[in-house]
Design a protein around this ligand. Sequence first.
Ligand code: NOJ
Length: 544
Amino acid sequence: MMDNKKWWKETVVYQIYPRSFQDSNGDGIGDLKGILNRLDYLEKLGIGAIWLSPVCKSPQDDNGYDISDYQDIDPMFGSLADMDALIQEAAKRNIKIVMDLVLNHTSDEHPWFVEAKKGKDNPYYDYYVWRDGEPGTPPNELGSIFGGSAWEYVPELGQYFLHLFSVKQPDLNWANPKVREEIYHMINWWIDRGVGGFRLDVIDLIAKEPDRLITGNGPKLHEYIQELSRLTFRRADLLTVGETWGATPEIAKLFSNPDGSEFSMVFQFEHIGLDEQPGKSKWDLAPLDFMKLKHVLSKWQTELKGEAWNSLFWNNHDLPRIVSRWGNDGEYRVESAKMLATLLHGMQGTPYVYQGEELGMTNVQYPIEEYRDIELLNLHKERTDQGYPQEEIMASIYTKGRDNARTPMQWDATAEAGFTTGTPWIRVNPNYTSINAEQELTEADSIFYHYQKLIQLRKEHEVIIYGDYELLFPEDAHIFAYTRTLDGETIIVLCNFYGEQVPYALPDSLTGEKELLIANYKDELPQYLLRPYEARMYRLKVNP
Ligand code: NOJ
């Protein structure tokens, strides 16, 4: 069955982390004008939308995920006029701008919170989540995702407020209809400015019930989201994607119901947790369980079919670089980056490319003083206080720290990778002299052009967008392979996930004459073998 056609199913989204993308004024921080100057590069890549991490006014305690004015741009990034210009210039290149909506919490410097703290009879008091408690004894054991208690005491009020993230990110009270009304008004204001969609930060937390220790997927969640969607998103043909760490396929089907009552799709993270110790945190490392990865990604492909829509991603601003994580950032960096891209882009769903992924940018290993991320720095302090060996703490940071994704975009081999003429807010990955966009644009077989081709193939072959998915070789411990079929057209994707050559044997139904659509080795082996990290995508010429 063909899914309902939608523009956001057929596009590829590029995520920009503005402070690390391109600085235009030499202050060491990326900005909107910098993005504008790089639109031609993005058009060349072929993407149809940009997800911009937050650019609204913010004290930057969590790099913009702590907003103090939803209807203004942080001066560090530019002005509203720059934002309007970006929307317009992007539109000329058929690129839509998807804004990041942080609706679970505001900054503690947002005027609503400044007012709220003034007293229980202040009209804004009930915009946040307050509970009684004695100093030193929080209302309950709820913890902040960034470490420590989720409750902070305000002596003037003799009460605690809830913050599921940093103490400078107080949680909004969605049970208050006034809060919801203000938010809808703000979203409609952005829709009227011409944005093409929204990514909704930790949206599955908004219906928390802290007294029952419920944070994610609270009982009223879908009621709130349906109201939100009805009063805002449904006015326009938008791409909306919810960030939902706790989603199962069943939950995702509610969020991404084809009736359009909630979001276009969600980011689910089941595959992202497959290299940590079960039941522990992301910092407690374990080798990737490859068989589970195959199982999990395949499950999402088949379970959402016709009932919801997948987002496809390896990377974002919270995750380490995929080539360092599940590829090989040494000898096979180019091959493995292309393999991972092929594996993902052949699947059903909307692919997201995170800035620098298309260049095969890698993780970094810095001394602790060079890191900037609040989550990472809190973790370092917490585990140091708990007596963990430094080596173990740093191994977790090198492997999982969010700053891996946040080092500046590597544009060229000049000072600071062409990111800034000043001093960058975070150190540039020293490998920029060999890994950078300028270099890749001159090499026909670069990772950049591989991504460009994958994006182009999606435009040319409807089967990649709407076709059925079937996993091949489910028991194979090295190969991730699958087919996509639509109206008698078949695509075969074959990926060797590891650094040793492996044999394979296609089922009889797939041995017919094939057209090679894309590969990461120049020549084709005559035998049925896949070389280290080899990836091949074929189209069957004669269908079974
Ligand atoms: C999820 C965002 O992706 C992350 O960067 C941020 O720290 C938290 N939400 C809090 O807003």
